[in-house]
Structure formats: structure tokens, C-alpha cells
Design a protein around this ligand. Structure first.
Ligand SMILES: [Zn+2]
Ligand SMILES: [Zn+2]
Length: 159
């Protein structure tokens, strides 16, 4: 999958998590830290992929969180503003660390995903705000279309 946003593999700073949990009267648990680290490391991780990763990471004798715990933890982290999710298609949403806002474009033919600067949609967002009073969440769904490779292939097949 073509993807350009900067990865922060495993170097999640735990301070914001701890602060935000404490300010809500919540404890910093190992599981919450692990889920946040997995989101940061995986990029475009579905909850299932996070479960699989945590299962692989679990030390011998320790119990990795089950899927429903991971879902609940993701919801909690999202409510704290530490992760966000986007829908790339009809499958499960994918999760991102909060530090990297971006837009997604997804190819309808081959499924390739690319990231783009959310500022690209500033003009559209301003018009929606002015005309409809609507605040658009540009990162929440992907724009679908045809990637450069698929367009080239289609063009060469026609000749
Ligand atoms: Zn992304
Ligand atoms: Zn394609």
C-alpha cells in the first residue's frame, strides 16, 4: 500500500496518555498504553490487526486483551483525542495516532491507499461552513477514485 505519512514506530510518548487519563479520573493501564502504541506503530490498523499485534507481543504467561477490550480501549482513546479513525471503504475503520492528521484517497480498482494534506479541502470546508453552517470532518472518510497506476493500465488496454 502506498503511504507516505511519517511513522512513529513504537516511540509513543506516554505523557499525554497519562495526563489525559488522569484528568478524567482514569488509570493508566498497561493495556491502554499497548493499544496506543500499536495504533502509532501500525498505521491504518483495524481493531482486528491491533488484536493480532497485541497477541503477538504478549509475554509468555500474560493474557493479551480480547477484541472487545481493544474496541472499548480505542473508543476511550478516541474520546480523549489521542487516536482517530477513518473509513477507507466497506471494511472496519482504521485507527491513527492523533499527531498525524491527513486525508485518504483510495483506489476503487486496486485498493491502494495514499495520504494527502487535509488543507487540500480547505476551500470546500469553508464553503460548506458558509453555505450550510456545516463543519466537515475531512479525515473521517476516504475519497475514492482511480490511482495513477490503474488509470495508466486502463489507458494502455484501450490502445
Ligand atoms: Zn491514514
Ligand atoms: Zn489502483
Amino acid at each position: 500500500m502506498a503511504h507516505q505519512h511519517a511513522a512513529r514506530r513504537g516511540d509513543t510518548d506516554p505523557a499525554p496518555l497519562a495526563e489525559r487519563l488522569r484528568s478524567r479520573g482514569l488509570r493508566v493501564t498497561h493495556q491502554r498504553e499497548r493499544v496506543l502504541a500499536a495504533v502509532a506503530a501500525l498505521e491504518h490498523a483495524t481493531p482486528e490487526a491491533i488484536v493480532v499485534r497485541l497477541r503477538g507481543e504478549a509475554a509468555a504467561g500474560s493474557t493479551p486483551p480480547d477484541a472487545s477490550t481493544v474496541y472499548r480501549t480505542l473508543e476511550l482513546l478516541e474520546s480523549l483525542g489521542l487516536v482517530w479513525h477513518t473509513h477507507l471503504g466497506t471494511g472496519a475503520p482504521v485507527y491513527h495516532a492523533a499527531e498525524h492528521p491527513h486525508l485518504h484517497v483510495v483506489c476503487q480498482s486496486c485498493g491502494a491507499i495514499a495520504s494527502a494534506d487535509p488543507a487540500l479541502l480547505d476551500a470546500a470546508a469553508e464553503r460548506l461552513a458558509a453555505d450550510l453552517g456545516f463543519t466537515v470532518d475531512v479525515g473521517h472518510v476516504a475519497l475514492s477514485g482511480t490511482c495513477a497506476a490503474c488509470r495508466e493500465r486502463a489507458a494502455s488496454e484501450q490502445t
